[in-house]
Design a protein around this ligand. Structure first.
Ligand code: XMP
Length: 513
């Protein structure tokens, strides 16, 4: 069985970050709900358990509490923040409301440098705090190993039992040595090897897919985005011609998009690719429609119709593959949990109806996005696809305000191609979350040569973001902006003005719609 660390999630906004940090140490990690029975956890034979932080107080009646038997599994444990307080609470220490909330940067002084958690680390380190309650009495068998300005018990241990607690957050970037702390926990304390690599994952996933699929056929909707592309490459590695990929051209794609997919998947990988030319169908249905929500609905519904018809033509298949990722399948903890998960749902246009008669196969469902990219590289996908910026399912339609017409699509496609080209040439494309052009359906007056023009405006949107939930506009260099503006106005017929969007999200959104 794959060595793994189990993280019990008590509703911290950083739980997934903990999981990713562990995996960056080449150790597999699984996030489970805080109240998962100890017997269930034991079945996974974890090499260690991490109790995440969380917004509650251990004494609150609504506090999420673990199965007390987890402390008896005989497995090394690390409690982070609220997790440390849980250790204290269950092992008969004492937690009290802090006089003041400790929030932000602090300096940690290591008092006992023999503690394996701090092996190889300096005696003083910067850490990130975010907690109200405070440990005031250590549980039996524990002793303090490090202190901050406000707490003598910022790091504690019971070395004999392999129980450790940190009052601060080692998983966040504001704790610069946090990665080493986590690495020390998983390698030195839990004794994990470095087995979680994408090379190993390919082997393991290929075997699993072959076992699951047998001799049956699999269909995959390929969008050209990172997730479906990597899923396609992985499935193809496992089952070759039993896989058929369906690519729908909805007429709302960017320049070259269809061509890249055909080149990479059809000609390079020799994947069975069924290309569905449906531009006319989509654009006809979008005629005269200006309301953004209606546009999305029409596109979503049309996609399903086109895709369903395409699957019939593809022949009998038992499985439908989807590029679902781990963050989509982790059961969220409602207590102070991240409401962002709900905001996301409106983006699931292009999702397929539940009543399709396929069995689902989701070969990426235990991977984080950064792992999917590494897997893509491992499978030989080009950088162009692996590091592609997110592109919404409804495509250019959400970037053309007002009615979507073939000529507006063409104007935006040409302008967008220049943005992509210049961003890639300067490498900015790969440094930021998204950069694209938006077509505003207002015309304004300009002059070109001796002629008066009356043309559209293009807005340039370039944002930095971790997950698309919040975003900041990017301060692109003036010379790059100048090139974008002059190239778009000179090369794209129908545009005589270029603006830069300097709004952050919130209150604006990334797409204009
Ligand atoms: P907003 O505009 O809500 O976008 O700030 C947040 C992120 O989601 C992407 N987005 C979509 N992705 N289907 C998708 O797959 C969609 O319908 C969709 N709409 C927006 C957007 O590009 C940004 O990265």
């Amino acid at each position: 069985m794959l060595e793994q660390i189990v993280i019990l999630d008590f509703g911290s906004q950083y739980t997934q970050v903990i999981a990713r940090r562990i995996r960056e140490c080449n150790v597999y990690s699984t996030i489970l709900r805080y109240d998962t029975p100890a017997a269930e956890i034991a079945k996974l034979s974890p090499k260690g358990i991490i109790l995440s932080g969380g917004p509650s107080s251990v004494y609150s009646p609504e506090a999420p509490l673990p199965d007390p038997k987890v402390f008896k599994l005989g497995v090394p444990m690390l409690g982070i923040c609220f997790g440390l307080q849980l250790l204290a609470h269950f092992l008969k220490g004492k937690v009290e409301r802090g006089q003041k909330r400790e929030y932000g940067k602090g300096t940690l002084t290591v008092k006992d440098d023999s503690c394996p958690l701090f092996r190889g680390l300096p005696a003083a380190l910067q850490v990130w705090n975010s907690h109200g309650d405070k440990l005031t009495k250590l549980p039996d068998g524990f002793h303090p190993v490090a202190a901050t300005e406000n707490s003598d018990y910022a790091a504690i241990e019971n070395r004999a039992k392999h129980f450790y607690g940190l009052q601060f957050h080692p998983e966040v970037a504001h704790t610069p040595h946090g990665r080493e702390l986590i690495s020390n926990f998983v390698h030195e304390i839990c004794g994990c090897g470095k087995n979680w690599t994408m090379r190993n994952y390919v082997q393991q996933a290929v075997e699993e897919i072959r076992r699951e699929v047998g001799k049956e056929k699999v269909i995959l909707g390929l969008s050209g985005g990172v997730d479906s592309s990597v899923a396609a490459a992985l499935l193809h590695e496992a089952i070759g011609d039993q896989l058929t990929c369906i690519f729908v051209n909805n007429g709302l794609l960017r320049a070259n998009e269809a061509e890249v997919v055909r080149k990479v998947f059809g000609r390079h990988f020799h994947i069975k690719l069924q290309y569905e030319e449906a531009s006319k169908v989509f654009l006809t249905k979008l005629k005269g429609v200006t309301d953004p929500e209606r546009k999305r609905k029409i596109i979503g519904k049309t996609f399903i119709e086109v895709f369903q018809a395409a699957t019939k033509r593809a022949g009998a298949a038992k499985f439908l593959a989807q590029g679902t990722l781990y963050p989509d399948v982790i059961e969220s903890v409602p207590i102070g949990g991240n409401p962002a998960a709900m905001i996301k749902s409106h983006h699931n246009v292009g999702g397929l109806p539940k009543n399709m008669k396929f069995k689902l196969i989701e070969p990426l469902k235990c991977l984080f996005k950064d792992e999917v990219r590494l897997l893509g590289l491992e499978l030989g996908l080009p950088k162009e696809i692996v590091y592609r910026q997110p592109f919404p399912g409804p495509g250019l339609a959400v970037r053309i305000l007002g009615e979507v017409t073939p000529s507006r699509c063409s104007i935006l496609r040409n302008a967008d191609a220049i943005v992509v080209e210049e961003m890639k040439a300067t490498d900015w494309y790969y440094k930021i979350w998204q950069s694209f052009a938006v077509l505003l359906p207002v015309r304004s007056v300009g002059v070109m040569g001796d002629e008066r023009t009356y043309d559209y405006t293009i807005a340039i949107r370039a944002v930095e973001s971790q997950d698309g939930m919040t975003a900041d506009w990017v301060k692109l260099p003036y010379d790059l902006l100048e090139r974008l503006s002059s190239r778009i106005i000179n090369e794209v017929k129908g545009v005589n003005r270029v603006c830069l969007d300097i709004s952050s999200k919130p209150p604006a959104t990334i797409e204009w719609e």
